[in-house]
Design a protein around this ligand. Structure first.
Ligand code: NAP
Length: 519
């Protein structure tokens, strides 16, 4: 069986001690092993701080952008192999796998293009020059400067490619060396990507730790950045980590999110906007088996549409084939791990105690069980739709993220204030969506809901034909959210570099300031 090695201090090392086995979540067949420790992490940080910082600092933004373009090409060159790994190790359908693998390449390409326009100046201007003296001679200018530490990237199990690439693109373009730590259970894709990437990057620019974090964070120092994606319980331990607290290490957290979708009263289900709403809700439930941080979990519709929405969802979900995604015709695979399956089942049980069944009971697989899977194997949960008569007060709906194919429907009177209050009950989300062609309704909703969401997706008849859906995090738009979602910000075009750069206010002779930010 393959033993996954880590790439640290310029070479591949397997580690030592006890091992953990990575499996195919549809068949439970073992795929690879990883040692749980045995790495010289102090040396890895030293390598990044010395070699990585120096090598990346010797390159302009444009040169670092060109490196990102090379990484995107490497993904394209190995695409079929990467898709197969995502299907085997992630329980992804081919479509799910493309979402992750191609999403990584698209994000790298976006930052390659963006960085190509930043040229050779070492500092980026933040806003316009400011007159701070009696005359224009005495000026002020905010700038962004490259941080001289290490960027530690800790990723969740659900997007081993996109998660690695979206963080890497921003850090490398900003000029910070990276130590990446993918989630252990699905590390095969990230491991292969780093095998491809390492030879295309300067020494020290990218290191990989497979297996548990162990003492990784103990080595943090001032100037470092930690970008974390994962569950809120892990996020809490990071917030309290002594090295992060002691050194004021910048910590970005992307955590749980109870994303909402709201149908406005002006939208008929038979309209383009109504069709978009149904397609988005069903896609978000089933794509990646609902294991998307941006997936819709809570749905609010006008009371007179509730029965029709429930019927339409039953109809669509009844046609969904669940099974081993390596088999033709399977539309939804298993959850990624046994732990995930157990967590999702426990979450459904809590939700079921407070809601009514619409479709899928508590996640049993209909018929003869998952397609192409023998003898009760695999971490399967079927799609589940529940409904609640009291959507604003149903505690399990707003207080727990069930990270699987589960959605709950509720009814409301149709006013935008109630719709926004429903979004806010999630206590901060990555994205929420509203479907309306009524501009007054939309304006009232956005004004009240925006403080509770990192992104608001406004579905309508006019954009329906070209919409990527709310579940797609685009490199040009902010990804992150307040409150429960962690309070972090990633991507958003050039904003994505700011996590890895220090804002500094300069004041002095205005002509000197100008010279510092010109190429
Ligand atoms: P997780 O259990 O919190 O793990 C996330 C990562 O943290 C993994 O790489 C894990 O490593 C690592 N980790 C665990 N304990 C650690 C510690 N003490 N110190 C440092 N690293 C540690 O989350 P998950 O189960 O992989 O992912 C599911 C969660 O991620 C969901 O709640 C979902 O909402 C969230 N998520 C959020 C976003 C977003 O963008 N907001 C995106 C995707 C997922 P090991 O695998 O080795 O344990």
């Amino acid at each position: 069986m393959q033993l996954l090695a880590s790439y640290l201090s310029g070479s591949w090392s397997a580690g030592s001690g006890a091992t953990s086995t990575l499996v195919n979540p549809a068949t439970e067949a073992p795929l690879a092993e990883v040692h749980m420790g045995g790495h010289d992490l102090a040396a890895a940080f030293d390598h990044a701080r010395t070699v990585g910082v120096r090598e990346l600092g010797g390159l302009t933004f444009a040169a670092r952008a060109a490196l990102l373009g090379g990484l995107a090409k490497a993904i394209h060159g190995a695409r079929e192999e990467l898709l197969a790994l995502a299907v085997a190790n992630g329980g992804n359908t081919r479509g799910d796998a493309k979402f992750d693998i191609d999403g990584g390449a698209v994000t790298l390409s976006h930052y390659a293009e963006l960085g190509g326009k930043l040229g050779a100046a070492p500092l980026l201007a933040d806003g316009e020059p400011i007159q701070v003296g009696r005359t224009a001679r005495m000026g002020g200018q905010h700038v962004w400067a490259r941080r001289r530490g290490v960027a530690v990237h800790i990723n969740a199990f659900n997007f081993p490619s996109w998660g690695l690439c979206e963080k890497l693109a921003c850090a490398l373009l900003a000029g910070m060396p990276v130590i990446a730590k993918p989630a252990t259970a699905t590390a095969l894709v990230a491991h292969r990507l780093v095998e491809l990437f390492a030879k295309l990057l300067p020494p020290g620019a990218l290191q990989l730790l497979v297996g548990p974090a162990g003492a990784l964070l103990d080595h943090l120092a001032p100037g470092d950045v930690v970008a974390f994606t994962g569950g809120s319980a892990t996020a809490r331990t990071l917030r309290a980590h002594p090295a992060i607290a002691a050194h004021g290490v910048r910590l970005n957290i992307e955590a749980d999110s109870l994303n909402a979708a709201i149908l406005a009263p002006d939208v008929e289900l038979s309209s383009e906007a109504g069709g978009l709403f149904l397609a988005d809700v069903v896609r978000d439930m089933t794509q990646k088996t609902g294991q998307k941080c941006t997936a819709i979990r809570r749905v609010l519709v006008p009371a007179d549409r509730l029965a029709d929405v429930a019927d339409a969802m039953r109809d669509r979900l009844a046609r969904l084939a669940v099974g081993d995604p390596a088999h033709d015709g399977v539309g939804m695979g298993p959850l990624a791990t046994a732990q995930q399956r157990d967590d999702v089942r426990a979450g459904i049980a809590r939700l079921a105690a407070a809601t009514d069944a619409v479709h899928g009971g508590i996640g049993e697989i209909a018929g003869a069980g998952p397609i192409g899977v023998a003898g009760g194997k695999g971490f399967f949960v079927g799609p589940v739709v529940r409904s609640t008569a009291s959507p604003m007060t149903c505690a399990p709906l707003h207080e727990q993220e069930i990270f699987g194919p589960v959605v709950t429907l509720g009814a409301y009177p149709g006013d935008p204030a109630a719709a926004a209050a429903f979004v806010a009950r999630g206590e901060g989300c990555l994205v929420s969506s509203a479907y309306s062609d009524d501009r007054d309704w939309v304006a009232a909703f956005v004004g009240a809901a925006a403080p509770w969401a990192g992104r608001l997706y406004l579905g309508s008849s006019k954009m329906a034909a070209q919409s990527p859906g709310p579940g797609t995090a685009l490199p040009s738009l902010l990804h992150g959210g307040p409150g429960r979602a962690g309070g972090g910000e990633e991507l958003g075009g050039a904003r994505g570099l700011q996590l890895y750069m220090q804002r500094c206010a300069l004041e002095g002779d205005a002509s000197v300031l100008k010279s510092l930010i010109s190429e």
